[in-house]
Design a protein around this ligand. Structure first.
Ligand code: GDP
Ligand code: MN
Length: 391
């Protein structure tokens, strides 16, 4: 999930990275009102995912409320285009930020280096332009450091990078704290990329993040539901929103056309379960992967989510215990059913692997009897879905 600048800056601020004072607005009236209350020089920044907004005409400067209003009116709704984004991207909101007097523009980013399997920090004194351009033209201008996650980010690494990149001396005092905070954002939110370009040294000697580019790993979004909810249009669709709402990853649940609900652990087993249902002459109402190590509570919520679809006439829970423990899954099933707040449908369970015996005992105590194999489970599920037989 890519964050828009104002969202990335919110994470920066939470970690203690200085950002310009400002406000996020969706209308020209709000922009005007803000500048009326806070006279001064302001930058109007189009909030779009694409980079190179400056060159695309998406960044304007205003000194008065009237000027702010007319520029905001011009920008909101405008489609910004450049070579990388020939189709363009419509501006839906603006960040109004204090205009700072820039003495110097640097660049700092952290990504994962897949070959060393470590976060790599990249710093250059040539900020404000595309880092790929700098890399192509003047590779020696990029200073890099690989971080051992077991040790974490150490301030001396920031000092080494600042010297290697020949950052102006005005950066040195605050640079270790800012890079350390950037590393915190990277780790805390499970980012693939955090980038400050430009990291500005102001005429008055402050160092602030003038821009923010943050890309989060979708698989880490469950850790921060408040951030997951920032997805640019809300989650891309209802299924993704439903998955995130119960603590699953956005790609762990998808509604389908059939009438047999599916809960499996692992995407591969989920697909295999759907195939087994198809081989048995039926069709799945959904794909749901509860992931590894699912606890009873998540099983219960998954059960509720799947049965909330009125098409579902039977449920097939197919668990291959590895990290996931059979007793936890069984407990989740029992809890879901005794809660009374779920729609009961005929249920078929296949439970094998870790803590299988304990899981079967829990189910047996509740009057349920798991099947032995996936194919047998699929056949039973197809059967009961058409006949409405009980578990
Ligand atoms: P991007 O082009 O989409 O990466 O947007 P940026 O936020 O990086 O802004 C592009 C450029 O606009 C910066 O490199 C600066 O040169 C300029 N700019 C942005 N904010 C300010 C500001 O507060 N003061 C001044 N003087 N220039 C700014
Ligand atoms: Mn930028």
């Amino acid at each position: 999930m890519k964050l828009i600048e104002y969202q990335g800056k919110e994470l920066f601020r939470r970690a203690g990275i200085p950002t310009p004072q400002g406000v996020h607005v969706t209308t020209a009236a709000e922009a005007k009102a803000y500048v009326e209350r806070n006279p001064g020089s302001w930058v109007l920044k189009s909030q779009v995912m694409m980079g190179g907004r400056g060159k695309a005409g998406g960044i304007k400067f205003a000194d008065t409320a009237a000027n702010t209003e007319s520029l905001a009116t011009e920008l909101i709704g405008k489609v910004l285009k450049n070579e990388q984004n020939p189709d363009g991207e419509a501006v839906r909101s603006l960040l109004i930020e204090e205009k700072v007097a820039i003495a110097s523009e640097a660049y700092a980013s952290i990504t994962i280096d897949r070959s060393t399997k470590k976060p790599v920090v990249i710093v250059t004194a040539q900020g404000g332009m595309d880092v790929e351009e700098v890399a192509a033209r003047d590779p020696g201008a990029l200073a890099k450091a690989w971080i051992d996650p077991a040790i974490g980010f150490q301030p001396y690494v920031a000092r080494q990078l600042a010297f290697a990149a020949k950052l102006p001396s005005g950066y040195l005092k605050s640079f270790p704290k800012i890079l350390g905070a950037l590393y915190d954002v990277f780790m805390t939110y499970g980012a693939n990329l955090v980038e400050i370009n430009p990291l500005v040294l102001t005429e008055s000697g402050q160092v602030i993040a003038s821009d923010a580019k943050v890309e989060l790993d979708d698989n880490a979004l469950y850790k921060h539901p408040d951030v997951a909810a920032w997805r640019s249009d809300g989650p891309a669709d209802e299924d993704q929103a439903a998955a995130v709402a119960i603590g699953l990853g956005i790609s762990n649940y998808a509604k389908l056309d059939g009438n047999i609900g599916v809960i499996a652990n692992g995407a591969g087993l989920g697909m295999g379960t759907m195939d087994a249902i198809r081989n048995a002459g039926g069709s799945a109402a959904n794909f749901l992967d509860i992931g590894g190590g699912a606890q009873a509570e998540l099983v219960k919520k998954s059960y509720q989510l799947v049965t909330s679809d009125p098409k579902v006439k039977a449920m097939f829970i197919n668990i291959f215990g590895g990290i996931t423990r059979g007793d936890q899954v069984a407990q989740g099933i029992v809890d879901a059913l005794k809660g009374g707040d779920v729609r009961e449908v005929p249920l078929v369970v296949r439970l094998t692997g870790t803590n299988e015996k304990e899981g079967r005992a829990i189910l047996a105590a509740a009057g349920m009897h798991p099947v032995e194999t996936m194919d047998e489970g699929a056949r039973r599920a197809v059967d009961v879905a058409s006949s409405g037989a009980a578990r």
